[in-house]
Design a protein around this ligand. Structure first.
Ligand SMILES: C[S@@+](CC[C@H](N)C(=O)[O-])C[C@H]1O[C@@H](n2cnc3c(N)ncnc32)[C@H](O)[C@@H]1O
Length: 234
């Protein structure tokens, strides 16, 4: 006779309850527009509390790279502005995001922390930037490429608004080739609709859609869960 330490029925019920809660958090709300906007409207009040610890590695690494440079920086998908205090004051920073509730929190952070080098925070779609050609010296994009519907369009926009010779820094989770992480990602992929991001997004999808030169690539954070790519626009 075998005795289950964790009964299968209890596991199933718990998994269903978690899935229901996640679905409630992410299900598109027709009253507030697109699914991304409604999802982040729900995340905004608790985003910092949930995500500061796991995302800080990538934000610090991107800021470290950005701070080697000076001039104008565009942060695409700036969210609640967790990374804004990490940038050197010699960078003039603009931030855009699709979600007004996330931006509102970023604005509060700028005021609270007296971030005088943050020039503007605007609602804008990363795949349709209103900035002109070569408007920025560099751009950072953290944890955004896997939540946008058309990453190729976002890459094309980044390439357009960063000046020739400028830098684009992308931080994201990309699908693992093998091991426990690859297995976990395959399991998570079943909930990708509910989670609002694609755990099986491969780094090749970035490389295939840009003519920028990959100058540096680095695994970051716990278990190398995240990757930073530093590109130069030709
Ligand atoms: C996982 S959060 C990352 C936020 C921030 N970069 C950070 O490191 O905390 C993804 C952000 O991308 C924004 N976003 C999603 N789709 C977007 C789009 N098409 N254009 C602009 N921002 C978008 C969301 O509103 C959200 O704030």
């Amino acid at each position: 006779m075998t005795v289950d330490l964790i009964p299968a029925g209890w596991l199933r019920r718990t998994a269903t309850r978690i899935q229901r809660k996640l679905r409630a958090l992410f299900t598109p709300d027709t009253a507030t527009g697109s699914s991304v906007e409604s999802a982040y409207a729900r995340w905004a009040p608790i985003y910092d509390w949930v995500f500061t610890a796991p995302l800080v590695y990538g934000q610090r690494a991107a800021a470290r790279e950005a701070n080697k440079l000076d001039g104008t920086l565009l942060e695409v998908g700036v969210g609640t502005g967790l990374s804004l205090p990490l940038y050197s004051r010699k960078l003039t920073v603009s931030g855009i995001d699709l979600s007004e509730p996330m931006l509102e929190r970023a604005r509060q952070r700028v005021a609270r922390e007296h971030l005088g080098n943050v020039a503007e925070l605007q609602a804008m779609d990363a795949s349709d930037l209103t900035y002109g050609e070569a408007s920025f010296d560099l751009a950072t994009v953290m944890y955004v490429m896997t939540v946008v519907p058309d990453p190729a369009k976002v890459l094309a926009e980044l390439e357009r608004v960063v000046r020739p010779g400028g830098t684009v820094i992308i931080v994201n989770h990309f699908a693992s080739e093998r091991g426990v992480l690859a297995l976990a990602e395959r399991l998570l992929a079943r909930f990708s609709q509910t989670l609002g991001w694609d755990p099986l997004f491969r780094r090749e999808r970035i490389l295939a859609h840009t003519s920028m030169t990959l100058e540096h690539e680095e695994r970051l954070g716990p278990l190398g869960l995240f990757t930073m790519m530093v590109f130069r626009r030709p």
